[in-house]
Design a protein around this ligand. Structure first.
Ligand SMILES: Cc1cc2nc3c(=O)[nH]c(=O)nc-3n(C[C@H](O)[C@H](O)[C@H](O)COP(=O)(O)OP(=O)(O)OC[C@H]3O[C@@H](n4cnc5c(N)ncnc54)[C@H](O)[C@@H]3O)c2cc1C
Length: 353
C-alpha cells in the first residue's frame, strides 16, 4: 500500500539480544522495527548481573566458541556503543576469583592467582579456601542496555513499545509480518528475540521455560572494598565502579513469577557477609527478580526456522549479556543470507522439531 511504512526486518523483543541485533542489521543497511511489549531493555537484560563468564570452566563445551568470541568482542562492542550513544558503560576487567575447594593441582596451575589472595582482595574472609583466578570481564547491564537503546535510535531503528506481539503472520508458507494486540506490521523477515516469552510466539513451538533469578544490590561501606567478581557455589558478588555491589542470584523454577522473597534475599546477604564480613555494614539499595530463558539442553536457540523468513535468537539462559555481541553478528549474517563466522548447527531451532 502506498505511504504505509514497511520494514526489511521486524524484531520481537527489545532486550539486549533484540537491540544488539537491530543495530547490527542497521549497519548492514536493513530498515528495522523493534516491537517491545513493555519498555525496551527492562526485563532479563535489566535484571542481569553482567558477568561475562567465558573462561571455559562453567560453559558447555559446544557453546565455548561463541562465549570466547563474544568476550573478545566486548571491549570494541562497548567502545562503539559509548561512541554512538554518548553514554558511559561500566565495563570492568579486574578478573574473577572463584572458590573451588575441590580444585586439583592441574586446575590450580591453569588458573593461578596473580598475587596472594590477601593482596588481591584484603576483605575476603575465606583464607583457607582454594580460589582460582579467571581472566573475565563484567559489565553493568543497565548501562549497556541504555547505550544500545540510544545507539539503535541514533542509527534509525524504529521502535513500537507497549503492545505485545500475539502472532507471527504466515501466508503461503512464508513470513509476512506480525500481529500485536492492536495492529499488524508487515515484513518478510521476523526475528523472535522475546526472551522468557519466546515460547509463546508461533508459528513453531519452542520447549522453553522461564528461570527466575533474585538479586540484591548494596552500597559498599567503602569504595573499592571489593574489586573483582567473586563466585562461590552459594553466591556471587559483582563490584561496580561506583560503590554498588550486586549479590546474586537464585536459579528458580517458578514460572513467570518476578516477586522478591525477603527470606531468600536474606540468605543471599548472609552468604555475602560470610565471604566479606564488612558487608554487614552495607546499606541495601535495591532488590529485584528477573526471568532468564531456559531450554531443555541449556543451549541458546539461534537460526532460521522451517518457515522462510522467520528466525529465532533466544534461550541465552545465564549468558545473554555475554553472548549479545556474537549473537548480533552471527544472526545478522544468517538473516542476510551470509555464512556466519561460527558453526550454529548445535543451536538450530530445528533440534526441537
Ligand atoms: C538475575 C539474573 C542474573 C543474570 N546474570 C547474568 C550475567 O551475569 N551474565 C550474563 O551474561 N547473563 C546474565 N543473565 C541472563 C541475561 O540477563 C539474559 O540471558 C539476557 O538478558 C537475555 O536477553 P534477551 O534480550 O533475550 O531477553 P530480555 O532482556 O528478557 O528481553 C526480551 C524482551 O522481549 C519482550 N517481549 C517478550 N514477549 C513479547 C511479545 N509477545 N511482544 C513484544 N515484546 C515481547 C520483553 O518485554 C523483553 O523486553 C542473568 C539473568 C537474570 C534474570
Amino acid at each position: 500500500m502506498e505511504g504505509v511504512k514497511t520494514w526489511d526486518a521486524i524484531i520481537v523483543g527489545a532486550g539486549v539480544i533484540g537491540l544488539s541485533l537491530a543495530v547490527e542489521l542497521r549497519k548492514r543497511g536493513l530498515r528495522v522495527l523493534l516491537v517491545e511489549k513493555g519498555q525496551p531493555g527492562r526485563e532479563a537484560s535489566w535484571a542481569a548481573g553482567g558477568m561475562l563468564v567465558s573462561s571455559g570452566m562453567e560453559t558447555p563445551a559446544v557453546l565455548q566458541p561463541l562465549a570466547t568470541a563474544s568476550a573478545r568482542m566486548y571491549p570494541e562492542f562497548v567502545h562503539e556503543l559509548e561512541d554512538e550513544s554518548r553514554l558511559k558503560i561500566d565495563l570492568r576487567s579486574e578478573g574473577t576469583l572463584i572458590r573451588e575447594p575441590a580444585a586439583d593441582a592441574a586446575l590450580r596451575a591453569t588458573h593461578p592467582l596473580p598475587a596472594p589472595l590477601i593482596e588481591l582482595e584484603p576483605h575476603l574472609a575465606s583464607r583457607g579456601d582454594s580460589f582460582l583466578f579467571l581472566n573475565e570481564q563484567s559489565v553493568d547491564p543497565r548501562d549497556l542496555v541504555a547505550a544500545v537503546v540510544a545507539a539503535a535510535r541514533h542509527r534509525g531503528v524504529d521502535f513500537s513499545s507497549g503492545d505485545h506481539v500475539v502472532a507471527v503472520e504466515v501466508e503461503n508458507g512464508r513470513t509476512t509480518g506480525i500481529r500485536t494486540n492492536k495492529t499488524s506490521f508487515a515484513s518478510c523477515i521476523v526475528v523472535n528475540c522475546a526472551g522468557a516469552w519466546a515460547g509463546q510466539i508461533g508459528p513453531h513451538a519452542l520447549p522453553t521455560r522461564p528461570v527466575k533469578g533474585q538479586m540484591l544490590c548494596v552500597v559498599m561501606p567503602e569504595k573499592g572494598l571489593l574489586r573483582r567478581v567473586i563466585r562461590t557455589p552459594d553466591v556471587y558478588l559483582i563490584a561496580r565502579s561506583d560503590r554498588r555491589l550486586l549479590i546474586g542470584a537464585t536459579v528458580e523454577e517458578a514460572g513467570f513469577d518476578k516477586q522478591v522473597v525477603p527470606e531468600t534475599l536474606q540468605k543471599l546477604r548472609q552468604a555475602a557477609i560470610e565471604l566479606v564480613p564488612r558487608l554487614a555494614d552495607a546499606r541495601i539499595l535495591e532488590a529485584w527478580a528477573g526471568l532468564r530463558l531456559g531450554t531443555p539442553d541449556a543451549l541458546p536457540i539461534l537460526g532460521a526456522t522451517a518457515t522462510p523468513g522467520y528466525f529465532v535468537a533466544t534461550g541465552h539462559f545465564r549468558d545473554g549479556i555475554l553472548l549479545a555481541p556474537v549473537t548480533a553478528q552471527v544472526m545478522a549474517a544468517v538473516i542476510t543470507g551470509k555464512q556466519p563466522s561460527l558453526d550454529l548447527s548445535p543451536f538450530s531451532p530445528a533440534r526441537f522439531a
